[in-house]
Design a protein around this ligand. Sequence first.
Ligand code: BES
Ligand code: MN
Ligand code: MN
Length: 456
Amino acid sequence: MSSIESYLEAQQDGFVEELCDLLRIPSVSAQPAHQGDMRRAADWIEQRFRRMGFSTEVIPTSGHPLVYAESPRVENAPTVLVYGHYDVQPAEPFDLWTSPPFEPTRRDGHLFARGATDDKGQMLTHVFSAQAWIEVEGRLPLNLKYLIEGEEEVGSASLAAFVRENRERLACDCVVISDGAQFGPEQPAITYGLRGIAYYDLVLTGPNRDLHSGSFGGTVTNPANALARILAALIDEHGRIQVPGFYDDVVPLSERERQQMAALPFDERQYLEQIGVSGLSGEEGYTTLERRWARPTYDINGLSSGYQGDGAKTVLPKSAAAKFSFRLVPNQDPEKIGRALRTMLAALCPPGIQLELDEHHNTPGVLIPMDSASIAAAARAIERAFGRAPVYTREGGSIPVVSTFHEALGVDILLLGWGQDDDNTHSPNEKFSLVDFHRGIKASALLWEELSKPSR
Ligand code: BES
Ligand code: MN
Ligand code: MN
């Protein structure tokens, strides 16, 4: 392993340069204007695998293409499937970026760019680690398959079908995903739970045009007023979501898990400081970590209606719209919640308003058993790379394909986040610490060795 480590050290600048090349491609999956960039990013990744001697394929879908690659066959060795995504979230608002989102810039030990940590940088750690094995040892100690998609940030619709239809091709002993965070700086983690999500677009339409709010106000239902009331009715002052039956299937946190979470070195003051707020709120009766990782939530993600320009305009808008979503915990059924929500909204809709609810993506939450040989191997690799044992965490975010893998392939899943909570994912000035990047590559190289050990 020491020669692999020296190789990794010698290649550090080259790896950063390559990551920068990929980061320069603005592969924003949500915005149709970037369709060509999606294809360019997929091609870039395919070429990267091809140069390593892997068999590769860019697979078209009804959305953005998938990249699939396989390492040269190693007999009598396990097979690992690496998942990652090359799509990124929109970079808006652009003016809040210190350096432009698609011109990767090194500053203070970090690389700043949209996608630096989510997920291009983390995904590439598993590519560079494989290259190191091939260059130094002439071969990998196991078989690697890679499935890199371009629709994660918009719900992974195409991937779910692909996984179900390609079970044999994707057959493996475990799945490895690095698309999340460590518990904190210098404190690596293995993640055993993710929340799910159910995302909606709500549009309220009233009069046939914007109206003078003096002439008509007080007689016509104002769609913006109606929207504010409806959105507020979905949650009470104790942070409890009001959709009927919403909590029916929520599995309560066990006393043991609550103790384990409480034992993690979580610094609430630092959390407040990092976000720049003076206080926290959430569902009553739960700690901050419990609320982030293991309790369902309701958040408005976008609001639009009425006059948005400078100064005042006395207008009664003809329509109002909101994007909102629930984060779900394991065992909650997004479809069932969608039905209950629809019924509730219909009952809340005032006269003179037409209500339209569109369901975007949804995905259930997941919990991963911690007692597998793969988890033990990952813990060893992480301890060797970081000089510190991992803690076991859940995450509040969602990775839709995880539940699909779980169902369709029935194998162990390793969620090994190399990033940090303050990497500004989905925000301006997204960044990835170069130390985290290089250590992720090293941990990945050690992971291939640990997963190949016959003890499994
Ligand atoms: N990498 C994130 C998920 C994540 C966030 C994992 C934080 C661990 C910690 C992923 O790219 C993401 O943003 N997922 C979306 C999924 C959605 C669009 C279906 C999310 O969670 O909003
Ligand atoms: Mn991600
Ligand atoms: Mn993301």
